[in-house]
Design a protein around this ligand. Structure first.
Ligand code: FRU
Length: 495
């Protein structure tokens, strides 16, 4: 198969030069994160093509390398041997062909998709998007022998139009192999509801339409972006990023996949993360057999204060997806994150009366980048207990993370987080027996909080003033016992 990708290589070189030029500006940025993945400069959204290929982890992502606004979509690329330290590589895909590029049209490009290993080659399957054209979205593939340089296939587009009945929104292919057959789910919409279309193939080039694997019930949004269907234990999981859903934005359903009929039969549904800044989650199975999920740690229609610094967008920490005995989804921070830990402070058995607080040391290395593990024993079914984080010395500016004993909710309140933070109160229901166990990951401008069992998560971007580093455990209207608290500084591993 002879491929001619001269324009593609040229577009990639151009993008790399543009990034190089932005280096100086980025070096001065003070909100750059310490251990969450970011693009070297410019705009980033969805994680794409997550895979471990020949031992190495690959993270591709929706990228606009020319400035910090969304624009013609490229696939940025980075590799890692441990999911924690990432090394930037040249962009893997740039808009360059008739099906993903059009002169003088900014709403174009290589939209989200996935990666598979096939006979030693690394294959990317993505959506070619050209706004204003019919069809607007087609599916295409690119192949690499060395895992760095990708050639778009001559056969592209490999799926040249949406099946009849589906809307022109037809994107974000996620490919997987099951019993020696390739399957792909593609996000779409039908009669105003989200829908997932299913295709199958023996060679990744020729795809047979199997029908709609699942369509929305009227409450799940009008278009499903970034569908991800994968076997999890004895079940299958379907991750969706619905547009315009009233009570959700990134959901996971657990159910059964009937490969003979091509239908997914959901049994349960829940929001993966109840924070504001969590979207377009994608999973992959690594060589240890773990299903690992990474999401865009932002979302559409929010502010991006770091645009002023020449960059926007980051990824969440990698989380392992597991099912408990009741087939409930839990997300556990991957083990490898423990390698980031530096200085530690530890306290145990600190009794706090209603209205009291207890200072943790947020100085030096711990200032902006740390992990907290805390177990708080509650004595009564009233009041609140939790943490003040990134607090100013006068207490005016702070982010609150607390458990509300009356409503049984874990709450992250960023209304007083300061800086350019978009005020927000995120809540998630948690049933606590007698001890609240929380795990928190703070970075320069992000906060991820989960319960000890990984059953509930809240991820929010906060933009406090860098000088505000106060950290306290507090309680309101109730007496509690801080059974144990550990705080570790987390080192900087991302440029
Ligand atoms: C989700 C999404 C995808 C699309 C991509 C474009 O955030 O809208 O549906 O492929 O972003 O950048």
């Amino acid at each position: 198969m002879k491929m001619t990708n001269t324009n593609h290589s040229k577009q990639i070189e151009r993008a790399m030069l543009a990034l190089q030029k932005q280096k100086k500006t980025i070096e001065k940025a003070h909100y750059r994160l310490n251990y969450h993945f970011m693009a070297p400069a410019g705009w980033l959204n969805d994680p794409n093509g997550l895979i471990q290929h020949n031992g190495l982890y690959h993270l591709f992502y929706q990228h606009h390398p020319y400035n910090a606004d969304w624009g013609p979509m490229h696939w940025g690329h980075a590799v890692s041997s441990d999911l924690i330290e990432w090394q930037h590589k040249p962009a893997a895909l740039a808009p360059s062909e008739v099906y993903d590029h059009e002169e003088a049209n900014e709403d174009i490009g290589c939209f989200s998709g996935s990666a598979v290993s096939c006979r030693e080659e690394l294959v990317l399957i993505y959506t070619g998007h050209i706004s204003g054209r019919t069809p607007k979205e087609v599916q295409a593939a690119a192949v690499s022998q060395d895992g760095i340089h990708f050639e778009k296939k001559n056969k592209n587009p490999i799926i040249s139009e949406p099946p009849s009945g589906l809307s022109e929104d037809f994107r974000d292919p996620k490919v997987w192999k099951y019993n020696d057959t390739w399957y792909v789910v593609i996000g779409s919409s039908i009669n105003g509801n989200g829908a997932v279309s299913l295709f199958q193939s023996n060679d990744l080039d020729t795809w047979e339409y199997r029908g709609i694997a699942l369509e929305g019930d009227g409450t799940q949004g009008d278009m499903w972006e970034c569908p991800d269907l994968f076997p999890l234990g004895e079940k299958h999981a379907l991750v969706l990023s619905p547009m315009n859903m009233e009570n959700g934005k990134n959901i996971v359903m657990i159910g059964d996949m009937d490969y003979s009929t091509g239908k997914f039969l959901p049994e349960s549904q829940k929001e993966i993360d109840d924070g504001l800044d969590f979207y377009a989650a994608q999973t992959f199975q690594d060589e240890k057999g773990r299903w690992i999920l990474i999401a865009w740690m932002d979302t559409w229609e929010t502010d991006f204060p770091t645009k002023a610094e020449g960059w926007a967008g980051a990824m969440t920490i990698p989380r392992e997806v597991v099912l408990d005995e009741q087939n409930k989804v839990k997300l556990l921070p991957v083990r490898e994150l423990e390698n980031l830990r530096g200085n530690q402070q530890q306290f145990s058995d600190v009794a706090l009366n209603a209205g009291e607080s207890f200072d943790l040391n947020g100085d030096g290395e711990l200032a902006h980048s740390y992990e907290i593990k805390v177990d708080i024993k509650i004595n009564e079914n009233k009041g609140k207990a939790g943490l003040h984080l990134r607090a100013s010395s006068d207490g005016q500016e702070k982010t609150l993370v607390y458990y509300d004993m009356e409503t049984n909710e874990l709450v992250v309140d960023s209304t007083a987080s300061g800086g350019a933070t978009q005020p927000n109160i995120s809540k998630t229901e948690v049933v606590v027996q007698d001890t609240i166990s929380l795990r928190l990951f703070m970075d320069t401008c992000s906060l991820e909080v989960c319960t000890g069992d990984g059953g509930a998560w809240i991820t929010n971007r906060i933009y406090p003033e860098p000088v505000n580093t106060g950290m306290q455990i507090y309680t309101e209207n109730t007496n509690v016992m801080v059974e144990e608290v550990n705080v570790w500084s987390l080192k900087k591993v991302i440029e």
